[in-house]
Design a protein around this ligand. Structure first.
Ligand code: MG
Length: 391
């Protein structure tokens, strides 16, 4: 059933530590299962997507977001005859490296790490599955296949790619140096990510009261389907039914984007005729929106940026979140023994190390990045005697 340009687990470029095949599962199923069972995956449930965890129980978290990305990704993968298991593995792992408090946490940690190699959440997701998860007797990390790791490392700066290339020649860092593309499964996860957050941030934004259905009328991708829905179900204009109008509009938006990706990508694949995954890696991106949908999606992103992500109430909480991360960084750096779970010992072990990837500061960054929102909040209260981020 797989297309010639799909990733075939039997042709995988393999794992860093060779292991015998599993009796009943393919290599990508096995990757997915390792991800679902790892500690970092369970922490996603208490990590912020846009709204901080304490703000409400119904908002998306990194975990529900990742599940939505996996759902959208799998459904597109099946239509395009791509490898669904690989898509699912990448989607479930793609946000494992996120700090607490969403992008605010990542920005603050990147600032703290400015002199020590910076902090990138995509690279951190790879660090989680390559090193930080410690649950197997023979190796650090989850020892995932090349293809899953390739998909997890969505972006990477040139300097970090060079570092990766030194440790793993011809590995997952290489494509950022030679301007190659990843597999179609990885390309698909990037698009599914975008489709998922555009839709659920509208839902969460309206739920929070920070954006309104009236404001959304300036967004064509949303408003076209809102009108279409109302034409069919005029009774949804009623206030009491407003939620159903929102849900139906979002449902139609999602379907339209999924169909658009399938159609536009089918055309691109037919034009390019890739005969293998290696051919795909050398071509321009083939998984894409059609031009019209790309522009509409861009408009929606702009809207969410200005009206939601930069809303004064969001900025107020993210300002506090940054303060929490900065204070924690300084506190652990000064007193590494305050870190639990072996991090304090790791910090002792690397004292004096010169490599950015194994400096005492990197240990602190790994520790903070692994925290859930509420653990970070509690640690801040314990170490600073100051309670921030209460709803
Ligand atoms: Mg994501």
């Amino acid at each position: 059933m797989l297309a010639v340009f799909a990733c075939d687990p039997a042709q995988s470029r393999g794992r860093r530590f060779a292991q015998p095949p599993a009796p009943t599962r393919t290599e990508y199923q096995r990757d997915r299962d390792r991800i679902v069972h790892c500690t970092a995956f369970r922490r996603l449930v208490y990590k912020t997507q846009v709204f901080l965890n304490h703000e409400g129980d119904l908002f998306r978290t990194r975990l529900t977001h990742s599940l939505e990305v996996a759902q959208l990704g799998r459904s597109i993968a099946r239509s395009l005859r791509l490898n669904e298991d690989l898509v699912e593995a990448i989607a479930l792992a793609h946000d494992l490296g996120h700090t607490p408090f969403g992008h605010a946490g990542q920005e603050a940690l990147n600032d703290c790490m400015a002199e020590f190699g910076g902090f990138e959440h995509n690279l951190q997701s790879l660090r989680v599955v390559d090193q930080l998860e410690q649950r197997y007797p023979q190796f650090d990390g989850l020892n995932l296949t090349f293809e899953t790791r390739e998909g997890i490392l969505k972006h990477c700066s040139r300097s970090h790619a060079e570092q990766l290339e030194l440790n793993e020649p011809g590995g997952v860092g290489q494509r950022f140096l030679v301007h190659g593309q990843p597999s179609l499964e990885a390309q698909l996860c990037n698009l599914a990510d975008e489709i998922a957050y555009n839709a659920h941030d509208i839902d969460d934004g309206v739920r929070s009261g920070l954006i309104t259905l009236e404001q959304l009328q300036e967004v064509p991708l949303f408003d076209d389907f809102r009108r279409q829905t109302l034409a069919e179900y005029p009774h949804l204009l009623d206030q009491v039914q407003g939620r159903r109008l929102l849900y139906e509009t979002i449902r139609r938006m999602l379907s339209a984007q999924v169909l658009d990706v399938i159609e536009a990508s089918t055309v691109a694949i037919e034009d390019a005729q890739p005969q293998s995954v290696s051919a795909v890696r050398q071509m321009a991106p083939l998984l894409k929106f059609g031009e019209d949908m790309r522009l509409k999606s861009q408009r929606l992103k702009q809207f969410l940026l200005h009206q939601l992500y930069r809303h004064p109430r969001v900025l107020h909480t993210t300002g506090q979140a940054k303060q929490v991360v900065r204070s924690l960084f300084q506190a652990y750096r000064a007193n590494p023994q305050e870190m639990q779970g072996g991090y304090s010992a790791r910090s002792d072990a690397v004292r004096g190390a010169l490599q950015e990837a194994s400096s005492p500061e990197r240990v602190v960054a790994d520790y903070i990045a692994g925290m859930t929102d509420r653990f970070a909040g509690r640690e801040h209260e314990r170490l600073m005697n100051l309670k921030l981020l209460v709803g």
